[in-house]
Design a protein around this ligand. Structure first.
Ligand code: 9PG
Length: 440
């Protein structure tokens, strides 16, 4: 870490704002003295923070971006000098009445009047204009299978819902995790789906668009792709596969998208989906494409990530809508239409083990508010789906949050589970106009 600057602060009023690495990384503002959220295990660090980022416990860390409100003057924003190509760890230590800033790679220090969100919005404006980014396309409305059926979804569940959505303004029916045999085996159906391409045809026959979930850079240790192509995995220097975390009761590895065989496989998967008429893609766990390790080509993890996203974009076609999830935030600028900015919503407010990066309304709201400045600038913010059925804890508060901070609007209830309030609220949230910016 190299010294960057020292900012005089009023310790009784100063606030530090951390930007987390990926969609699910806790991102929020802390009054100085408040300890930041940190991973409870290596697995959580890999899966929801940043694998190689190990800040000292008493230090605030932003990944590529941090803001300091000194309490008695303008907001200081410290950001990567090259937000698309390098995401330095930026640390703030509070030493008496100074915020001492250090960083692992070159950064630029800005100062802006207004609130932290307004300052972050001004910084984002400067990124947009220096890169010449065009305004994001408006998002379609979606229905997503995940938050009702999870991995147990069946073809019949999707068909049942298709028959119930006539009165709702839903553009895209997005089949989430569960249609595939294994993580990585995207073209092999799960036993609960007898005809995956046929299902997408049925969706399109109702006049709606077809959407699908994949985790393109994950390879499950139980998958056929892992068994057949061990040479497609990102490796440690001792040649063991790099861990991309643990989920679905198995170890997860990272696909080396720079390997010509793996790149060809990705192209095959997404071209096949395109030939099935799918034109909405939720690409998930994509932090796995930017893990450190040995690759076929000698490129930085972020370069590998960005070229893999370009490859996917090429294969899905220019008109397809691309939603990133579990995604490194700054390295995705200019490559996705919409971005999940938060951990998952869940039926319970409090996540398992009170881990704020795990599914629950607590973490979902925290990040959705903190990343409001990104919406309309880098992409459309996805705060996660509307869930409005009885049994969702604090469903009124969640609906309020989606109404205020929802760029992409999606419903994820079994539609036969909705009561009158749930159906009315879903209809309202899907119909509301979405503002260009949440932070002007
Ligand atoms: C499908 C789901 C849904 C959901 C995504 C993502 O940290 N974790 O272990 C973790 C697991 C799952 C997860 C997020 C984090 O959910 O956000 O919308 O698509 O995958 O498996």
């Amino acid at each position: 870490m190299r010294p960057v600057t020292e900012i005089p602060i009023d310790p009784s009023r100063a606030v530090v704002h951390e930007q987390g690495w990926q969609s699910w990384s806790p991102s929020t503002s802390y009054p100085v003295g408040t300890p930041p959220h940190r991973p409870a295990s290596d697995n959580r660090r890999i899966g929801a923070w940043r694998a190689e980022s190990l800040p000292a416990p008493s230090v605030y860390r932003g990944e590529g971006l941090i803001a300091v409100d000194p309490g008695d003057g303008p907001i200081h924003v410290i950001a990567s000098a090259d937000p698309l190509g390098s995401v330095p760890a930026i640390d703030v230590s509070i030493v008496e009445s100074r915020a001492v800033v250090t960083a692992s790679e070159p950064v630029v220090v800005y100062s802006f009047a207004g609130s932290i969100q307004e300052a972050l919005a001004r910084w984002a404006d400067s990124v947009v204009s220096s890169l010449g980014l065009v305004a994001p396309r408006p998002a379609p409305t979606i229905w997503c299978s995940w938050y009702q059926y999870f991995t147990k979804v069946t073809e019949a569940n999707v068909v049942t819902n298709l028959a119930l959505m006539d009165s709702l303004p839903i553009d895209v029916v997005q089949v989430d995790d569960g249609y595939q045999a294994e993580i990585g085996d995207w073209l092999i159906p799960s036993p609960d789906f007898s005809d995956v391409p046929g299902l997408f045809t049925r969706i399109r026959d109702t006049g709606r668009r077809a959407g699908i979930w994949t985790a393109p850079f994950l390879v499950g240790s139980q998958s056929q792709v892992a068994a057949a192509h061990p040479d497609w995995l990102v490796r440690n220097y001792d040649d063991s596969p790099v861990s991309a975390g643990h989920n679905w009761n198995q170890d997860l590895y990272a696909l080396d998208s720079t390997h010509p065989g793996a790149a060809e496989y990705l192209t095959e998967v997404y071209s096949t989906f395109r030939s099935w008429g799918i034109d909405f893609h939720k690409i998930d766990f994509i932090y796995a494409g930017a893990l450190y390790g040995k690759r076929y080509s000698d490129v930085s993890p972020i370069e590998a990530y960005r070229s893999a996203l370009r490859l996917i974009r090429e294969a899905i076609g220019p008109d397809a809508y691309l939603l990133g999830c579990g995604a490194p935030q700054l390295p995705s600028i200019g490559l996705v239409d919409a971005m999940r900015v938060s951990p998952d919503i869940a039926p319970t407010y409090m996540p398992r083990d009170e881990d704020i990066s795990m599914p629950g309304q607590w973490g979902a709201v925290l990040n959705g508010v903190s990343r409001a400045f990104q919406h309309g600038r880098f992409w459309v913010n996805d705060p996660d789906c509307i869930v409005a059925r009885p049994g969702i804890e604090q469903r009124e508060e969640w609906a309020e949050h989606v109404s205020r901070y929802g760029g992409l609007r999606g419903s994820s209830d079994g539609l036969d589970q909705l009561d009158e309030w749930g159906l009315e609220t879903t209809r309202r949230l899907l119909s509301e106009p979405v503002p260009r910016y949440f932070i002007p």
